[in-house]
Ligand binder design. Structure first.
Ligand SMILES: [Zn+2]
Ligand SMILES: [Zn+2]
Length: 240
């Protein structure tokens, strides 16, 4: 019996009744209530190419005109800010895989608002390195990607793109350091080339920060034979 109180305490700390909003804790249907979605995820104008917020509706922002990214378009559901940063963090670092469903639903909605997906698009997650995948037990990008694919009626595969180098954690690094870290970090699995050739790929990640990871992954997919790559992210970090 000595272990019982500890187990009960841990269970109590984890337990939260289904039907409470993840943000305001109000009782409702789904993981985030309509009021919180309206308040914290208002549709906003974004550059169609890189998904950074823009003041006006533009096909390309100044940065994309100056230096176009290797992906054709980017879709983001929300800014990487309260409360979505906490939800993404809980999914990644606290094993809250149940949060993948509402985040995927928001992303699928954003893709629909952006004109929908091209028929035949293959949905591919940004991969984690094997060591990190082993530590976490799941790839949050795949948990989101496969649900978005189901929602939009598309195929998904986590076997196409591999992370061959476990680059150092990207947080806190400057853009140039990130780019150095990421060089040749991704490769297309040889067995997946026939699946990839000539296909449009939707590359899914939980968060796009500078776009450096998405760009490197997109380049690897294009080298591997993809016809075009677009990026779908739950959250996009706004420019500082
Ligand atoms: Zn709420
Ligand atoms: Zn842009």
């Amino acid at each position: 019996m000595t272990g019982a109180p500890k187990v009960l305490a841990e269970t109590a700390a984890r337990w939260r009744p289904a039907g409470q909003c993840e943000v305001c804790r109000g009782w409702q249907q789904g993981a985030v209530c309509a009021a919180c979605t309206a308040r914290f995820a208002p549709p906003r104008l974004r550059c169609q190419r890189c998904a950074l917020p823009t003041a006006h509706a533009v096909a390309r922002c100044g940065a994309c005109l100056h230096e176009p990214p290797p992906f054709e378009r980017a879709v983001a559901a929300v800014d990487y800010a309260f409360p979505w940063d906490a939800l993404v963090g809980a999914l990644k670092f606290a094993g809250r895989v149940d949060l993948a469903a509402p985040l995927a639903q928001m992303l699928a909605g954003a893709v629909r608002r952006a004109g929908g997906a091209h028929a035949g698009t293959l949905v591919v997650p940004v991969p984690l390195a094997a060591a990190r995948l082993g530590g976490r037990g799941f790839n949050q990008a795949w948990e989101i990607a496969r649900r978005v694919a189901t929602d939009l009626g598309l195929d998904a595969s986590a076997a196409v793109l591999e992370r061959v180098i476990d680059s150092a954690p990207q947080a806190g690094l400057h853009r140039q350091q990130r780019l150095r870290n990421l060089h040749a970090a991704f490769a297309v699995a040889a067995a997946s080339r026939p699946t990839l050739t000539g296909r449009r790929i939707a590359l899914v990640d939980d968060v796009v920060t500078t776009g450096a990871t998405a760009s490197e992954a997109a380049r690897a997919l294009l080298r591997g034979g993809a016809a075009a790559v677009e990026v779908w992210a739950v959250a996009r970090t706004p420019e500082p």
